[in-house]
Design a protein around this ligand. Structure first.
Ligand SMILES: C=CC1=C(C)c2cc3[nH]c(cc4nc(cc5[nH]c(cc1n2)c(C)c5CCC(=O)O)C(CCC(=O)O)=C4C)c(C)c3C=C
Ligand SMILES: [Fe+2]
Ligand SMILES: [Fe+2]
Length: 338
């Protein structure tokens, strides 16, 4: 029997520093997130980052936490419920980090008699820190606990017409009646090195070309796994759908961690400089995220807005993610039942 495992990133169990540390430890010790040898990763994460970051992140989580819990989890649960209501195929929800774990989700499906699992990573663009790590863990769990199961997956859907339509329409309705000079497409950043590592041709991707991004425009088999190309392609298709002119939009990357160079330009730098360039009314959309989360609700809608207004901006519109939008539910159900 067929079943579906929806997988999102996950959140801490609560906003306590202890729970945030536990979550960040699992997240950042993943070799596809911080891709250093184990000894160096442990030194960086447990010896340095986890000394200060959990307290700072816990404070940020407190600003966005809902009565029902983490926005990312609550919104994923709402999406899950709506999808399940529209299909007879058993659907389980799980998180790559924290709870409900992928093992719990697979166990739930197993208990319902599911043997063929369709894994749906809830990430529009492919990255080793997102899609890859889900598929690798799924395979480990299959070998160890569910050897009778077989897995298939829905690859990155950054360019799928039906997804683009849902995203574009959600931007349109969110900006209805609002004035804006520019739309910033702010994607979660990744280290440039991750782009090079995911390049199956080993020579195509030039992650540090943030001006012309020629590689992203030149057809290559590398694009199947190139996060940078996929971010630009999602943007290209959305602006084409909405009829937005080149001077009315821009792509940038947010949420970088200190250390190696990450994909540029950085969102916070753009927010600081836009008002001086005459961009006074800004809309920001965050298409690397399907569900609103810390990075959209705090980093963009709170911190980003404050930075922009402080720099002389006048209006700031943070566009919600597609979350549990009914059209998105229909698209997922169609993919699942295909
Ligand atoms: C090396 C570090 C990180 C990489 C690489 C990375 C990639 C990446 N992450 C997301 C989606 C989300 N990340 C979120 C939070 C978050 N991300 C990192 C680090 C890396 N992410 C950290 C340390 C945190 C925790 C918060 C903090 O301390 O600032 C979230 C939000 C989770 C929530 O609970 O709301 C999401 C979602 C993507 C899509 C991605 C690569 C493309
Ligand atoms: Fe992240
Ligand atoms: Fe590229």
């Amino acid at each position: 029997m067929k079943g579906v495992l929806l997988v999102n990133l996950g959140s801490p169990a609560s906003t306590s520093t202890k729970d945030v540390r536990k979550y960040l430890d699992q997240f950042l010790m993943d070799e596809r997130v911080i891709d250093a040898p184990y000894w160096l990763r442990a030194l960086l994460v447990r010896g340095i980052i986890l000394n200060t970051r959990p307290k700072k992140s816990a404070k940020a989580y407190k600003k966005i936490w809902w009565d029902e819990g983490s926005p990312l989890i609550v919104l994923s649960e709402r999406l899950h419920k709506k999808v399940q209501e529209k299909t007879e195929i058993p659907v389980a929800l799980s998180m790559r980090y924290g709870d409900p774990s992928m093992k719990t989700g697979l166990q739930e499906l197993h208990d319902q008699g599911v043997t063929e699992v369709l894994i749906v990573p809830l990430y529009p663009q492919h990255a080793m820190a997102t899609t890859d790590t889900i598929l690798v863990l799924a395979e480990q769990l299959r070998k160890e606990f569910f050897p009778q199961m077989t897995f298939t997956d829905i690859p990155a859907f950054y360019h799928k017409k039906e997804y683009i339509k849902v995203l574009a329409e959600s931007i349109k309705s969110s900006l209805e009646g609002k004035e804006w000079d520019k739309i910033l497409f702010s994607y979660h950043g990744i280290p440039e090195r991750h782009v090079r590592k995911s390049d199956i041709t080993k020579s195509h991707c030039k992650p540090n070309d943030s001006v012309n991004f020629e590689c992203c425009k030149t057809a290559s088999p590398a694009h199947e796994f190139c996060y940078k190309h996929q971010c630009y392609e999602t943007t290209r298709q959305v602006v084409a759908y909405l009829g937005i002119e080149p001077h009315q939009h821009f792509v940038s990357f947010q949420s970088r961690l200190a250390g190696d160079p990450w994909l540029q330009p950085y969102t916070d730098k753009m927010l600081e400089k836009y008002p001086n360039e005459g961009v006074k009314k800004l809309a920001v959309v965050t298409p690397a995220f399907v569900s609103d989360c810390l990075e959209t609700l705090e980093e963009i809608a709170m911190e980003g807005k404050e930075e922009f207004l402080k720099a002389g901006g006048e209006e700031f519109h943070a566009i919600p993610c597609i979350n549990d939008n009914n059209e998105w539910v229909d698209v997922l159900v169609n993919w699942i039942e295909a």
